[in-house]
Ligand binder design. Sequence first.
Ligand code: ADP
Ligand code: MG
Length: 282
Amino acid sequence: LKRDSKKKGEDITVVYELREKLGEGSFSEVRVAQHRCTQRLVAVKCIRKRALKGKESMLENEITVLRKIHHDNIVSLEETFETPTKLYLVMTLVTGGELLDRILERGVYTERDASRVIHQVLEAVRYLHQLGIVHRDLKPENLLYETPKEDSKIVISDFGLSKMEDQGMLSTACGTPAYVAPELLQQKTYGKEVDLWAVGVIAFILLCGYPPFYDENDTQLYKQIIKAEYEFDSPYWDEISDSAKDFIVHLLQKDPKKRYNCEEALQHPWISGGAALEKNIH
Ligand code: ADP
Ligand code: MG
């Protein structure tokens, strides 16, 4: 199997049989595909270039970066195909389903389970940050289980390309901005810190089942986020450890300079010190 090669001009449908749709985004769709010779299944993200008008050179840069990403908790880019109108990213197929679906199906869920998930996400984010990549679109839908097994790893499925979506999309096509950091909403310059904010939002959701910031009205939602206005409401948070809350407080910090970075988050006792409780919180 020849990896990391771009086959200019080669037709993907000669090599792979494209099958059912797994998911759909604003400028792309993801489908299962089967290699015609080896029968191996993969996931193919088909990107409509027209949706990225004028940003094709950026796309090239992004692909160059994506090829360099090799991490246990990030889905691998295996090869790419291109036509004048479409770009196909062939990725390793993961089969364990989305994070939240799996949690809902489980009878018992503990802080320790949530801590293990967040630990893996932080390891992946630290790796990306070391490469100078800001993910910018971390959310539960982009966190997948590698296999259906109970002890399966978590992998980040959607990476890098998020930066290419234009600014206006934050408020429109990409739906709820529930995971977006205050500095992004205020159109300030932003950096790696936005990913740690998103990790904080995800950790909050894993622990109580609802998001820290919510309003049907986007303007009100933005106001909440910009002020970092959230609460550990009773009774939902009564049984959650102080350590878990302390971890979240350091991530949902409105000033990006005061927010934990990956190293600090990984060193927190709730992640690395066994402070996460083993009690069911479902
Ligand atoms: P988008 O940019 O459209 O959000 P994603 O990469 O997040 O694209 O993929 C959309 C959906 O497709 C995911 O939520 C997931 O359900 C499915 N998916 C993406 N990548 C894979 C993969 N490697 N294996 C299995 N399913 C995947
Ligand atoms: Mg996605």
